[in-house]
Design a protein around this ligand. Structure first.
Ligand code: NAD
Length: 249
C-alpha cells in the first residue's frame, strides 16, 4: 500500500491515463477524487473503482475555471478530510504547424493544458499547506522537452507546464509541497487513437522509440504513483521522462 491514508485529486481522471492512475492509486490505498468534464465516463470510472474495493468520487471539473477548481479541492477536503496529492493530468492534443494554428486553437490549448495546471496548483496549495505538505504531479509530455513537426500550441503548453512545475517546487518546498513533471512519449489512449490509426505514422513512432514499442497508460501511471508517494520525498522540481528512450538520442 504505497499510498495508504493519502487523498488524491486527479484532473482528467474520467478516462485514459488519468483513469488508470486513479485505479492504481486506489489499489495502493489512496482515496481518490477524479475531476473531469466527461460525466458519463467519470461516473463509470468511479463505479469501477468502488466496485473493486477502492474509494473514489467523481466530480465535474472544468480545469479552465477557477471556481470549478475551488469546489473540486473543497469537495476532496470535505469528503476525505484533507488533500495530499494533486495530479494535473487533464489535457487536449491539437496537431497544426505554426501557420495553420488559429489564435482560437492556441488559446484553447493553452487554457486547458497550461492555465488549467496553474489554476489547479493555485487551488490546491492552501489545502496541501494545511495538510503539512503534499505532492503535485504535472503531466507534461516529451513535447514539453523537444520540438515537434506537427504541433505548435501543444508543445508550447507542455513546455509551460515543465517550467511552471519548477517554480512551484521552489516556491513551496519549505511548506513540504513537492512538484514534479512527467514527460510521456507516445502512449496509446483515445487522445492518440486518431493519429495512431494511420499505420505508417504508427510505425514511424515505434521506429523512433529505442525500446521499439508505444507506451501504455500503465507505464506512465507507475511513474506518477512513485512521484505521488513518500518514496519520492527528496524529489522536487524534477522531470520524469517515460518515453521508451525517444528523447535520449
Ligand atoms: P485522454 O484524452 O484520454 O484524457 C484526457 C482527459 O482530460 C479526458 O478525460 C478529458 O475529458 C479531460 N479534459 C479535457 N479537457 C478538460 C477540461 N477542460 N477540464 C477537465 N478535464 C478535461 O488523453 P490521455 O492520453 O490520457 O492524456 C492525459 C494527459 O497526458 C494529457 O495532459 C496529455 O496531454 C498527456 N500526454 C499524453 C500523451 C499520449 O501519447 N497519450 C503523451 C504525453 C502526454
Amino acid at each position: 500500500m504505497r499510498l495508504e491514508n493519502k487523498v488524491a485529486l486527479i484532473s482528467g481522471g474520467a478516462r485514459g491515463m488519468g483513469a488508470v492512475e486513479a485505479r492504481l492509486f486506489a489499489q495502493q490505498g489512496a482515496k481518490v477524487v477524479i475531476g473531469d468534464i466527461l460525466e458519463d465516463e467519470g461516473r463509470r470510472t468511479e463505479a469501477e473503482i468502488n466496485e473493486s474495493g477502492g474509494e473514489c468520487v467523481f466530480i465535474r471539473l472544468d480545469v479552465t475555471s477557477e471556481e470549478s477548481w475551488q469546489s473540486a479541492v473543497g469537495e476532496a477536503v470535505n469528503r476525505f478530510g484533507k488533500l495530499d496529492i494533486l495530479v494535473n493530468n487533464a489535457g487536449i492534443y491539437r496537431t497544426h504547424n505554426v501557420v495553420d494554428t488559429t489564435a482560437e486553437e492556441w488559446d484553447q490549448v493553452m487554457d486547458i493544458n497550461a492555465k488549467g495546471v496553474f489554476l489547479g496548483t493555485k487551488a490546491a496549495i492552501p489545502a496541501l499547506r494545511e495538510n503539512g505538505g503534499g505532492s503535485i504531479v504535472n503531466i507534461s509530455s516529451v513535447a514539453g522537452l523537444i520540438g515537434n513537426f506537427m504541433s505548435s500550441a501543444y508543445t508550447a503548453s507542455k513546455g509551460a507546464v515543465r517550467l511552471f512545475t519548477k517554480s512551484t517546487a521552489i516556491q513551496y518546498a519549505r511548506d513540504g509541497i513537492r512538484a514534479n513533471s512527467v514527460h510521456p512519449g507516445t502512449i496509446e489512449t483515445l487522445m492518440t487513437a486518431p493519429i495512431l490509426s494511420d499505420d505508417a505514422y504508427r510505425q514511424d513512432r515505434i521506429d523512433r522509440t529505442p525500446l521499439g514499442r508505444l507506451g501504455t497508460a500503465e507505464d506512465v501511471a507507475y511513474g506518477v504513483l512513485f512521484l505521488a508517494s513518500d518514496e519520492a520525498s527528496f524529489m522536487t522540481g524534477s522531470e520524469l521522462v517515460i518515453d521508451g528512450g525517444r528523447t535520449a538520442e
